[in-house]
Design a protein around this ligand. Structure first.
Ligand code: CA
Length: 569
């Protein structure tokens, strides 16, 4: 058969294939503070304690049945805001220069904010594939509004420069009108799932889409509907769990209850109500015929906030299933998060152990969308195409030398860590002490290999330091200095406003002038004291060598009392 005949026969077939290949859809469902073992999906086949014995999440189970569980999936940071900005830009928190919830150094390093950085939505809008993009739920104040960052549809209130913050999970409009949610919609959980399903019913199948649904649950305070509480309470009692603290509740909806059993029941009920989003999203995709052409990612922004406490070597430690620690920690419990992904080519019901990190999602979407635009500059992650296709045989080629968590926090132990291959190296930024673990065999982080493998430490430490230096990821001391400057600035402002208000008061010549002045002065001194305590807390952290959260607050207050000089006027 000659070449011309071959082309004549096959060209129409190939051309029709190209025309019919649609760009895939992407859905990202982001939980807030959900722990590794907080779902009814057993994340690791070989580890029963990675499945919650009580909480029922049939939606996530359904996703795991059609997709893959990623057992070593990492959040970019052990706390909210840093993860939320990192995931949007496909960059590590060191590179995006936002490393914890209240990153005081970011304001110094990025005085103009993040407008110039490309978001996942902006990248897809540039792909030439006609994507429609939507974001519903919790935002990220450091980045600003999502409707100004490539998202066509959002549920942000007009006129709020920061977009949806945490308050948006408690009120319809946290700035102007603090009307709480009705009893049937705690933490916006039910309106979020309806918004998500509504978007899919309207747009799925008509054009490619990217939708991010960002829950406010299961972050504190723990809330759920009364129905979910009663239903879960019955199961709790039937399963014969400890009923200590199971008093009758008066409020409706169930809102931040006291008592151990009530708290645990509410937490479970909240996770179960959040899980309904998966049910609605999967139903809507089936109805619109787009399930096969959609990548669905379910994961959490950081490790479990609601950790289990166990006494070890005389100290109380936190655990998330088999993982040590939780939110705010660089131990696995703080950064390894439950992650299930389904989509074209991903083997149903599989488990993938290749380490992945949420800043891989932007390059993954870029690759899988078939974008005609170049990859945004500064991206750190790598495409997950291969691991989606080949599971454990797949590799991720990242720009960064490993998965780096550079946590230079001024109010938690400052630790820098890097995951390369099977190993994770942690360096305490105050003591320069190392911990090295083989995560493949020891995800519990019980066997510190630091003294046994000096060469490994050298190699990984150099890679981590070189990267952090190159991206100007900042030092713990820079963070502490920035924090002190900010506290001094707050104090100067407080004095300035005190004087201004005092001048107005003097002009009014009111009979109770002295009383009013005394009240204002007390408020001023309270504020000044608070700023000094905050500075002292940072000072305490300068010499804190603990790898876990310590009792630094009390020490800081004691030091602040010694140092504080009252403002007298
Ligand atoms: Ca969080």
């Amino acid at each position: 058969m000659n070449t011309i005949r071959l082309i004549t026969i096959f060209f129409p077939f190939v051309a029709s294939l190209c025309l019919s290949a649609k760009a895939p859809n992407f859905i990202l469902i982001y939980a807030d503070d959900l722990g590794y073992a907080d779902t009814s999906v057993q994340m690791m086949d070989a580890e029963p304690s990675t499945q919650n014995a009580f909480i029922q999440t049939p939606g996530i189970e359904r996703l795991a049945q059609i997709g893959a569980r990623f057992t070593a999936a990492y959040a970019p940071s052990p706390t909210c805001t840093a993860s939320r900005i990192s995931i949007q830009h496909g960059q590590s928190t060191a590179k995006i220069q936002y490393r914890n919830v209240f990153d005081v150094l970011s304001q110094v390093q990025r005085p103009d904010g993040y407008e110039a950085e490309i978001t996942m939505a902006e990248m897809l809008k540039e792909s030439g594939k006609n994507y429609i993009t939507a974001h519903f739920g919790k935002g990220c104040s450091a980045m600003g509004r999502f409707d100004e960052a490539g998202y066509d549809l959002t549920d942000e209130n007009p006129g709020e420069p920061g977009g949806n913050g945490n308050g948006h999970g408690s009120y319809w409009d946290p700035i102007k009108d603090k009307t709480p949610f009705p009893p049937d919609n705690p933490k916006r959980m039910h309106s979020l799932r309806k918004d998500a399903a509504g978007f899919l019913k309207k747009h799925a199948g008509k054009q490619p889409f990217f939708m991010m649904v960002s829950h406010y649950a299961p972050h504190i305070p723990f809330v759920c509907t009364r129905e979910a509480f009663e239903r879960t309470k019955k199961r709790w009692i039937a399963a014969e769990y400890d009923t200590k603290g199971l008093e009758e509740l008066n409020d409706d909806p169930v809102n931040n209850p006291k008592g151990e059993a009530n708290k645990k029941i509410t937490y479970a009920a909240m996770v179960e109500e959040m899980d309904l989003t998966l049910v609605d999203v999967l139903d809507a995709l089936e109805q619109t015929g787009e399930l096969e052409n959609t990548y669905i990612i379910f994961t959490s922004d950081n490790g479990g906030g609601h950790s289990e406490k166990r006494k070890i070597d005389g100290e109380i430690r936190r655990f998330n299933g088999p993982l040590q620690e939780g939110k705010r920690s660089i131990y696995e419990g703080g950064i390894r998060v439950p992650t299930v992904i389904s989509g074209p080519g991903i083997k149903a019901g599989s488990q993938c152990d290749v380490p992945i990190v949420q800043w891989d999602f932007l390059p993954t979407f870029h690759d899988l969308s078939g974008s005609e635009a170049p990859m945004p500059p500064n991206t750190d992650g790598g495409s997950l195409r291969q691991v989606f296709k080949k599971g454990n045989k797949g590799k991720v080629k990242r720009v960064a030398p490993g998965i780096i968590h550079h946590y230079t926090c001024h109010y938690h132990p400052p630790i820098s860590s890097i995951i390369m291959g099977d190993y994770k190296l942690m360096r305490h930024l105050n003591s320069n002490e190392f911990k090295l673990f083989n995560l493949k065999s020891d995800y519990r982080e019980e066997k510190n290999l630091a003294s046994a493998m000096p060469e490994k430490i050298k190699e990984m430490d150099q890679a981590c330091r070189k990267y952090v230096k190159k991206v100007d990821g900042g030092t713990a001391e820079q963070v502490r200095q920035a924090h002190h400057k900010l506290m001094d600035h707050f104090s100067q402002q407080s004095v300035y406003f005190y004087r201004k208000r005092l001048a107005v008061l003097k002009e009014q010549s009111l009979p109770d002038f002295e009383d009013r002045k005394a009240k204002m002065l007390k408020q001023l001194n309270d504020d000044l004291f608070k700023n000094i305590v905050n500075k002292e807390k940072t000072n305490v952290h300068r010499t804190l060598y603990s790898w876990r959260e310590g009792p630094e607050k009390k020490e800081a207050e004691k030091n602040a009392r010694i140092k504080f000089v009252e403002f007298i006027d």
